[in-house]
Design a protein around this ligand. Structure first.
Ligand SMILES: Nc1ncnc2c1ncn2[C@@H]1O[C@H](COP(=O)(O)OP(=O)(O)O)[C@@H](O)[C@H]1O
Ligand SMILES: [Mg+2]
Length: 222
């Protein structure tokens, strides 16, 4: 039997806000299956980033269940979380979060080493498909925003993760660069058989994904 990559069952999450408790997610049920690509929309503050952070193990839940590759994460320790991230997870954020003293190639190689993996022909392929061959020895801070986000995509997909979490990946790009990043991201994730959960505010970007979820008042509407 093949498992969903991600399943949430009745997941609720809130935060202490001064002396009040602010409920953000109220009983979320969802699954992401292999090859799914999902756009997540919703008003600002509705909990989109919180949901991605829960799935990536950057925030924890006390109510409900999170299963990753069929395994219940409620008793996972740091070791299981880091192993899941190493093997199965890629992330791309609105801010590119690159290592600015390093060049393009070393940004990707450094991240691969953290994942205990080596440079592979797939990495060269990513660089060429993302139009980064010409600039691979350049320091990342000398690149345009669109180029920097393409480096972040190469880094996120270099180990062929089963899941890519992307939080407003085109939020800092102009429309043309944004469309280009989206189309490359979709194509390359498909080639590496990577599922995508992507937060976006743009209908044009959401249209690249097969499914669309809207988060509002703590719940997801498909
Ligand atoms: N670590 C945190 N501590 C306290 N409040 C938080 C934290 N993370 C998110 N929130 C609050 O949760 C709500 C949802 O935030 P977020 O998930 O970032 O929304 P979105 O990404 O949809 O804009 C907001 O009201 C935010 O202030
Ligand atoms: Mg957000």
């Amino acid at each position: 039997m093949s498992h969903a990559i991600v399943s949430l069952r009745q997941v609720s999450k809130g935060f202490n806000d001064g002396d009040k408790y602010h409920q953000v997610l109220t009983g979320i049920n969802l699954s992401i299956n292999p090859a799914d690509t999902v756009a997540l929309t919703g008003p600002s503050g509705s909990g989109k980033s919180t949901l991605l952070n829960i799935i990536g193990g950057f925030e924890f839940i006390k109510q409900g269940q999170l299963l990753l590759n069929g395994s219940d994460t409620s008793n996972w320790q740091d070791k299981q979380w880091s192993q899941f991230r190493r093997q199965h997870l890629g992330v791309v954020f609105q801010q590119f979060n690159l290592l600015t003293p390093l060049n393009v190639r070393d940004n990707i190689a450094f991240s691969l080493r953290l994942n205990q993996q080596n440079w592979s022909p797939w990495c060269d392929y990513l660089l060429s498909q993302l139009g980064l061959d010409e600039v691979k020895n350049r320091n990342v801070e000398t690149l345009s925003g669109g180029q920097q986000q393409r480096v972040a995509i190469a880094r996120a997909l270099a180990h062929k993760p089963s899941l890519l979490l992307a939080d407003e990946p085109t939020g800092n790009l102009d429309e043309k660069a944004g469309q280009q990043v989206m189309s490359l991201l979709t194509q390359l994730a498909q080639e590496s058989q990577t599922s995508i959960l992507m937060v976006t505010h743009s209908n044009e970007c959401a249209a690249f994904m097969q499914r669309r979820w809207h988060l509002e008042q703590g719940l997801i509407h498909e």
